[in-house]
Design a protein around this ligand. Sequence first.
Ligand SMILES: [Ca+2]
Ligand SMILES: [Ca+2]
Length: 206
Amino acid sequence: MYYSGLYRANMNSWTDTAARSIILFLTLFMCFVATRSQIAVPRTAHKLNEPQGECNNNNCVEDSASVINKWSLPLLRSGDKKLYLGIFFKANWYKAAQYCRYHGMHLASISNQEENDKLEKYIKDNGLGHEHFWTSGTDQAEEGSFFWLANGRPIGYTNWNAGEPNNFKYENGEEEHCLELWNRDGKGLKWNDSPCSFETFFVCEM
Ligand SMILES: [Ca+2]
Ligand SMILES: [Ca+2]
């Protein structure tokens, strides 16, 4: 009797210990899963904020209407291009171009009215219609002959503001050779040639 009682007592002790171990293991496992799931959100957010070559359900939109409920600013699909807004720092035209290239893109070109309107709406709908944005347009190679550095083609479609491009000359001798989008007079994001050293936001394309 004593022996069997001891055996039973040992068994109970063993069972309690095993049960505690299992509960402890499950608790630690649940904590690990919960921690991993919390970490996964910002990791995903970071990933979606980075320019990506391929569109999926989260990183590209067809127009700004679908942006409202998203927590990340996706790429704007425009024809066979995808457009990225560089809005986390302002840079001169060269640094903006470098940033785009470093991330596998170019400063943007604008090929037609539809693309221009789509981009303008996207910028405005994101509350950035008062900002300036660099494109890849420039006449640095030959004054007055603007082309898109993104593809090397002369500018065809244009959306210059009244009196632009005016190649304005500044006191330091700098002239205007780089093409920005700018809502100068409340008539929308028209095109303006601006000094390439001016630091502002920018649009990349891929
Ligand atoms: Ca010029
Ligand atoms: Ca100008």
